[in-house]
Design a binder for this molecule. Structure first.
Ligand code: SF4
Length: 241
């Protein structure tokens, strides 16, 4: 496959989320997946994907450090859409080696340790989940943080060698919540308690009104560095292979 990302954005970048999903789910059936963290955005995308093609694989990463509310949401989502969200776990040996040499909460010690933990618990399982896939659907929005303002609706993910589509890239948080309320989409009750961006329990805290949505994630770090490795920016984004 070789496609020009600029041309794809020119042709399809204007599409609303649902028609964009319809197009890609049809074109890449069997080779397109929704990577869900069960965030409000991913729940909206789950609702849309299930409307268009309920056979689409939706998966999530169980890092082993998630909130109980997130597991409960996974169950409610499966029940609501009569589906089974596929769960990918970190490699046992890698987790044991990391924890036994650096400590169970190594991520507070340094950015390097935090990135190692995110790599072991998220990046490697993500790469396994992508096996055989050509496109991943992602719930990123520009408004979420300073690290996401450059994003486009269709991107080339050089690290994973696949297309990445961000159907909600231009949506505001208000649009996400309006959809959730109108369509009665299940969501994490922690969102009602000041948690705007929910990841692993030890790396997530509630935020104050007016704070950046991602301010509650790895709050002890520089905001410019706060990505987990799943959404690194690659400069060679013009051509997809
Ligand atoms: S968010 Fe925290 S606990 Fe989760 S994988 Fe990253 S560093 Fe580890």
């Amino acid at each position: 496959m070789s496609e020009n990302i600029d041309a794809l954005n020119q042709e399809y970048g204007h599409l609303d989320p649902l028609p964009l999903l319809e197009l890609f789910l049809k074109r890449y059936k069997g080779a397109i997946t929704l990577a869900s963290s069960l965030s409000p955005e991913d729940q909206v995308l789950t609702d849309m994907v299930m409307q268009v093609d309920p056979e689409t694989m939706i998966f999530t990463l169980d890092t082993g450090r998630l909130f109980p509310e997130t597991y409960e949401l996974m169950e409610r989502t499966n029940a609501r859409y009569n589906t089974v969200i596929q769960v990918f776990f970190p490699e046992r040996d890698a987790v044991e080696k990391m924890v036994n040499s650096k400590g169970i909460n190594l991520f507070y010690e340094s950015v390097e340790n935090r990135k190692l933990c995110c790599h072991v618990r998220k990046v490697e399982p993500l790469q396994r989940a992508f096996n055989g896939m050509k496109v991943w659907i992602c719930g990123l929005r520009k408004e979420q943080s300073v690290t996401r303002t450059h994003l486009r609706k269709i991107e080339w993910d050089e690290g994973n060698r696949m297309l990445k589509i961000n159907p909600l890239i231009d949506w505001t948080g208000e649009e996400v919540w309006t959809y959730i309320r109108q369509q009665h989409v299940p969501y994490n009750p922690l969102n009602d308690r000041g948690f705007l961006s929910i990841g692993c329990q030890p790396c997530t805290r509630a935020v104050e009104p007016g704070e950046d949505e991602r301010a509650g994630r790895w709050w002890w770090e520089n905001p410019e560095l706060k990505e987990c490795g799943l959404h690194r920016r690659h400069h060679s984004t013009d051509t997809a292979h």
